[in-house]
Design a protein around this ligand. Structure first.
Ligand SMILES: [Ca+2]
Ligand SMILES: [Ca+2]
Ligand SMILES: [Ca+2]
Ligand SMILES: [Ca+2]
Length: 225
């Protein structure tokens, strides 16, 4: 395997060989099928369908959030992935099946960044859970040769518009979202106790970012739980 940092974008780390997959050119990449570990002791239903993307491809999952984005009473799954791929949104049909709504929900527009920690939380207090993603590349040396893969990248916010659709916000969400960092994990809570959810983001080789939510408090949607 080459030691060129660009070719190492697809390396597999900390994973047994039998879980690695090889492309046609023989190089290993780190995308594998996703799995739900389910307690089958009281059910004969099949395993939920979260293994592959809507195109039938394995994905390199980095972070996961669980919440009821469409307010139908069933918990759905949002998973972040590597760059040059979409994050993925699985809608729970309530019968043990998860359908891929990535494209239909509008979040498939973003493929530029490596996504890590994420949360499905109501950032604008309209009753509809939104999506937050911490991003950042893995290899700082790559951007010198390929500017399209910067090490520091913005955070992502997908605002829930209701009826199963999202819109992406970066600059519109303020400098705390649009400023670039090599971020990894994130946590959510109302640290200033003013009624909205704030975000703590952990960054590589720099202090964490505490993002105060200054969104205007909205009245909850009549469809909200
Ligand atoms: Ca749901
Ligand atoms: Ca919301
Ligand atoms: Ca707050
Ligand atoms: Ca606030």
């Amino acid at each position: 395997m080459s030691h060129d940092p660009i070719s190492r974008l697809g390396d597999v780390r900390h994973r047994p060989k039998d879980r690695c997959r090889r492309r046609a050119d023989g190089r290993v990449h780190d995308a594998c099928d996703s799995r739900i570990i389910r307690d089958m002791s009281h059910s004969a239903q099949p395993q939920p369908t979260v293994a592959l993307s809507e195109d039938g491809l394995e994905q390199a999952g980095m972070g996961v959030a669980v919440g009821d984005y469409d307010l139908d009473g069933n918990l759905d799954i949002f998973k972040t992935n590597f760059a040059d791929d979409t994050n993925v949104l699985y809608r729970n049909d309530g019968k043990g099946n998860f359908d891929d709504f990535t494209i239909r929900s509008g979040i498939g527009v973003e493929t530029r960044y490596v996504g890590w920690g994420t949360g499905m939380v109501d950032l604008d207090n309209d009753g509809h859970p939104d999506l937050f993603v911490a991003t950042g590349s893995v290899y700082p040396e790559v951007e010198k040769k390929v500017p399209a893969y910067p090490f520091r990248t913005p955070r992502l916010v997908f605002r829930n518009l209701g009826e199963g659709r999202f819109e992406e916000l970066i600059e519109e969400a303020g400098s705390g979202v649009s400023d670039t960092h090599a971020s990894r994990g994130c946590a959510f809570g109302d640290f200033d106790n003013d009624g909205d959810i704030d975000v703590l983001v952990m960054n590589m080789n720099e202090p964490p970012s505490l993002l105060r939510n200054d969104a205007q408090i909205r009245h909850k949607s009549p469809h909200a739980q």
